[in-house]
Design a protein around this ligand. Structure first.
Ligand SMILES: NC(=O)c1ccc[n+]([C@@H]2O[C@H](COP(=O)([O-])OP(=O)(O)OC[C@H]3O[C@@H](n4cnc5c(N)ncnc54)[C@H](O)[C@@H]3O)[C@@H](O)[C@H]2O)c1
Length: 263
């Protein structure tokens, strides 16, 4: 019960398949006081249903592309909850028209929107909630291997995740002297609402199962376990880290030959 009584907020629960929900369950079941943000009324209903067995949670409507909206949520949270021991950024978006085929055609507005929502928002959220953080507070973001290596169709999201990972390192450096830690989990592919926007995603899941040393797909529960570690005092001393929770996939250059097309 290391998170019992700890207070914080999770951005990015859309439904029961969300990676953020895997993290939330772990924290809620451990007795943490978790607040949530949702993006629009439609998703609020999902969240309310999920939280039926955890009554009294604070919910905030937040579009992370709006600085004004973020500041308003941070102010409301300050009034209603107070301190922020943990903040989870599990938010990402890119126009799915460009998560298919070549990267080259990506228009500037699509690029900027993807980087704004998926990467810059970590800066805005951390800045807005920082006055509520103290030594021991922990910030966590979610990233994916497509930031470092080409994953077909991931395209502009790969660029956004590369920025997000660099942001994690710079924020960790800025906040380290105050004892605030910033890390990311690089999760293997998980079948979520956002992931289904990526072309051929079911194939990506299948390839992952064949090649990852653990020979299985990553689950939100697995990410939840690692998130618990990174958000709790267990990981004191760990910051600026990108931790893989991908069954070891990132370490394999050539996996089971049967996973590849043979001509
Ligand atoms: N699913 C995967 O395979 C996978 C793998 C590695 C990393 N990730 C990352 O995990 C995080 C969570 O995604 P997920 O896969 O659980 O999908 P998801 O669809 O469940 O969650 C994505 C969330 O982003 C939110 N969002 C999108 N635009 C927003 C905006 N403008 N303002 C506020 N919120 C907004 C959505 O409301 C949703 O809650 C994302 O950062 C994603 O890139 C996902």
């Amino acid at each position: 019960m290391l998170m019992k009584g700890k207070k914080g907020i999770i951005f990015g629960v859309a439904n029961n398949r969300s990676i953020a929900w895997g993290i939330a369950k772990k924290l809620l079941d451990d007795g943490a006081e978790v607040a949530f943000s949702y993006n629009g009324e439609r998703l609020k209903g999902n969240l309310e249903k999920l939280l039926a067995e955890y009554p009294g949670r604070k919910l905030y409507d937040c579009d992370v592309s709006s600085e004004e909206n973020i500041l308003k949520v941070a102010e409301q949270y300050k009034q209603e909850v107070g301190q922020c021991d943990f903040l989870v950024h599990a938010v990402g978006f890119a126009d799915k028209t460009y998560l298919e085929g070549a990267f080259l055609p990506t228009p500037k507005e699509v690029f900027l929107q993807a980087l704004d929502i998926s990467a810059y928002s970590l800066v805005s959220l951390t800045r807005a909630f920082k006055p509520l953080m103290t030594a021991g507070s922990s910030v966590l973001a979610l990233t994916y291997l497509g930031s470092e290596r080409v994953v077909q169709n991931y395209n502009v999201m790969g660029v956004a995740k590369a920025a997000l990972e660099a942001i994690v390192r710079y924020l960790a450096y800025d906040l380290g002297p105050e004892g605030i830690r910033v890390n990311a989990i690089s999760a293997g592919p998980v079948n979520t609402l956002a992931a289904r926007g990526i072309s051929d995603f079911p194939d990506l899941l299948k390839i992952h199962r064949k090649i990852a040393p653990l020979r299985e797909n990553t689950t939100p529960e697995q990410v939840g376990g690692a998130a618990y570690f990174l958000l709790s005092g267990l990981s004191v001393g760990v910051t600026s880290e990108i931790m893989y929770v991908d069954g070891g996939y990132n370490t394999v250059a050539v996996g089971a030959i049967s996973a590849y097309d043979k001509e």
